[in-house]
Write a protein that binds this ligand. Structure first.
Ligand code: NI
Ligand code: MN
Length: 219
């Protein structure tokens, strides 16, 4: 079960496991939940160090004892704050009770909120225990190797369409063609004026030019 929490934040639940992805809740104008509502969390997956993705990771992990998973640099930074971490890196996967998580490329930056070096930004490719492939692109520009990610057979992809910091609608449409997901969802738009986009218009173009089903969720 997938719940969109606004911007690029998601909650993914299987029978007995709750994952949060890029839990930017405090200060997120699009946040759909209050921080206190996120009570039972097992894992927090962080794509990169920017504040709108690192978000409330530290506070939530301290309160829930969730395991934070990110790249090695961010994991070390979080471990320094007393949080349980698993450091992975791009191209590497690890088997967890919820499934297999691989970090993928992302074309972006990754400085941490205090200016520390946050390694390279990543996307997340989750293979659930029942074999579903979920791709959360993180903040990224378009890159041709999305085709390699698509080769894995993507059931669900969440792609940024906001432009300015990430892919805009045109490149996100090209990304859908490289990834060929069964279902695609736009994210990282409308949170701020600078990334306002017409998601419905984008969905129409995706429907015309690809076989992907577009899912637009309100936070
Ligand atoms: Ni970013
Ligand atoms: Mn961002």
């Amino acid at each position: 079960k997938l719940r969109f929490l606004g911007h690029a934040a998601f909650e993914v639940r299987s029978e007995n496991t709750t994952l949060l992805i890029d839990p930017f809740i405090s200060g997120n104008p699009a946040a759909a939940v209050k921080l206190e509502d996120l009570a039972a969390v097992d894992y927090i997956l962080v794509t990169h160090g920017h504040g709108d993705h690192m978000g409330d990771t530290v506070a939530i992990a301290k309160r829930t004892s969730a395991l934070a998973v990110s790249n090695a640099e961010i994991s070390r930074w979080l471990a320094g704050k007393g949080i349980k971490t698993q450091g992975q890196h791009i191209g590497g996967g690890h088997e967890y009770p919820f499934g297999y998580l691989k970090l993928t490329n992302a074309l972006h930056g990754s400085s941490l909120p205090d200016g520390s070096y946050g390694g390279n930004p990543a996307g997340l490719l989750i293979t659930s225990k029942d074999g579903k492939k979920l791709y959360f692109a993180g903040d990224t520009g378009l890159f041709g190797d999305m085709r390699l990610i698509g080769d894995e057979g993507i059931d669900f992809a969440a792609l940024p369409i906001g432009d300015n910091y990430t892919m805009g609608p045109d490149d996100a449409l090209r990304a859908v063609k490289l990834l060929n997901p069964r279902v695609v969802m736009p994210m990282h738009y409308d949170t701020f004026d600078l990334i306002k986009q017409d998601a419905r218009a984008w969905a129409d173009r995706v429907a015309q030019e690809t076989s992907a089903k577009v899912l637009i969720l309100k936070p």
